[in-house]
Design a binder for this molecule. Structure first.
Ligand SMILES: Cc1cc2nc3c(=O)[nH]c(=O)nc-3n(C[C@H](O)[C@H](O)[C@H](O)COP(=O)(O)OP(=O)(O)OC[C@H]3O[C@@H](n4cnc5c(N)ncnc54)[C@H](O)[C@@H]3O)c2cc1C
Length: 386
């Protein structure tokens, strides 16, 4: 057993940390997050200049190379300051992976390098108003064949980053197979803007700069070369794209806990009550110890899942476990962090409330912890819960 990062991995994580301190420290992240629906274009440009959008993309795609473990380290270090805003990188990374894996050659070799260079942004539009968990039961968006392509109609919900994205990855029904809602779905890359396409932001609790949107489509024309993967085989294809999403989400939660612990320790040292730093009180020390224990557990489960995936071994159960453990620890850690900061924890001038608001999402999306627990139970041999 080896718990050490390689020299290159440790150097990479350190370089990202230095970049964050220089380009996007917590005060800047707080300022960006508070600007509702104003996508942080400058931050994205700086990330692109640093080569971050290309991490995990092959060099022939204009990427930086590296694999899931490098993406995990990047995600964690960014999230220490950016918290949920880090997802602006995650979403684009998944959509780029879909285009690289399933797009026609011309699209792969033009769009993916643009993503890696930071000149193109992508967003994912899968969930619908009828429900995200039972998405196969709720999905109403349809695509009908035309002479030279397809027409898409329907309404997606919660598409994060859609307002600022150049293309939206949309899952739509292309045929009906009785009793098999997982069949007959297709992935499309819809240009944004387009005739018949309307994107409306939804006010929300956290990650406010990164708008999550309703995407309404009324007969939007999509040419054949913007189909990703197999017509009618989109469910299987998209599942293979987001197989690592839970691992990266877990890394994001580890980063949030890093940020929480750092701020809680600093406050416990600086803040005085009854003539001594509050960090001398046993109750505060126990709070700090709890956060540190949650961080240690989160790191282990995340790195274990990432290591299995990087080794090419099955990692589904470990990814599910990492998603639930880290998202629940991140919320609990930010909540205790808020308590340690007292009134200042509730102030918008400190970061604890931001960590709490952002972490809270990850018990819900991209898949809820109730359902993830059922998936874990099923992998233990229990029957399907639905
Ligand atoms: C801020 C934000 C950003 C998002 N970004 C994106 C995005 O970029 N792209 C995208 O496509 N989607 C996105 N989503 C959607 C997200 O994936 C869904 O919110 C999530 O899948 C849950 O779906 P739902 O909100 O419809 O809840 P529902 O599915 O309606 O669930 C409601 C409750 O019922 C419970 N429940 C449902 N079924 C079961 C069951 N079988 N067993 C036990 N409990 C059950 C759930 O756990 C939950 O507690 C985002 C959501 C949010 C809030």
């Amino acid at each position: 057993v080896d718990f050490e990062l390689s020299t290159e991995q440790a150097a990479f994580a350190e370089s990202v940390r230095a970049w964050v301190e220089r380009e996007c420290p917590k005060a800047e992240a707080r300022r960006l997050e508070s600007r509702e629906h104003e996508y942080p274009v400058d931050l994205w440009a700086k990330m692109a200049a640093a080569g971050f959008p290309g991490v995990g993309l092959p060099e022939e795609a204009g990427g930086q190379g590296g694999g899931l473990f490098e993406q995990v380290l990047l995600q964690r270090e960014l999230a220490r300051s950016l918290a949920g805003l880090t997802w602006m990188w995650g979403i684009t990374a998944f959509c780029a992976k879909a285009v690289w894996r399933f797009g026609v050659d011309d699209l792969r070799h033009t769009l993916v390098p643009s993503v890696a260079a930071g000149t193109a942004r992508l967003a994912m539009a899968v969930t619908e108003a009828g429900g995200g968990t039972d998405i196969l039961g709720a999905l109403r968006t349809s695509a009908t064949r035309t002479q030279d392509g397809w027409r898409l109609s329907g309404e997606k919900m919660w598409s994060t980053g859609a307002l600022a994205a150049d293309h939206l990855l949309v899952l739509a029904r292309t045929s009906v197979v009785e009793g098999r809602p997982d069949k007959g779905l297709t992935m499309f890359l819809v240009p944004n803007p387009a005739d018949g396409l309307e994107v409306r932001p939804i006010p929300k609790l956290g990650m406010r700069a990164l708008s999550s949107c309703v995407v309404a489509m009324d007969a939007v024309a999509v040419p054949d070369d913007r189909v990703l993967g197999t017509v009618d085989g989109g469910w299987r294809d998209i599942m293979s794209v987001i197989d690592t999403e839970r691992v990266l989400l877990a890394a994001l939660c580890c980063g949030i806990i890093d940020g929480v612990l750092e701020d809680a320790l600093a406050y416990a040292t600086d803040r005085h009550a009854f003539g001594r730093p509050i960090g001398q009180f046993q109750a505060i020390q126990h709070h700090l110890a709890d956060i540190a224990m949650w961080r240690a557990q989160s790191e282990l489960v995340t790195y274990h899942a990432a290591w299995l995936a990087a080794e090419g071994r099955p990692f589904g159960l470990e990814a599910d476990i990492a998603k639930v453990v880290t998202s629940e620890h991140a919320v609990a850690a930010a909540d205790l962090g808020l308590q340690i900061l007292g009134g200042m924890g509730y102030s918008l001038d400190t970061d604890m409330q931001r960590y709490w608001r952002d972490a809270r999402l990850f018990r819900i999306g991209p898949v809820t912890n109730e359902v993830t627990r059922s998936l874990i139970a099923r992998q233990l041999g229990m029957p399907r819960a639905w």
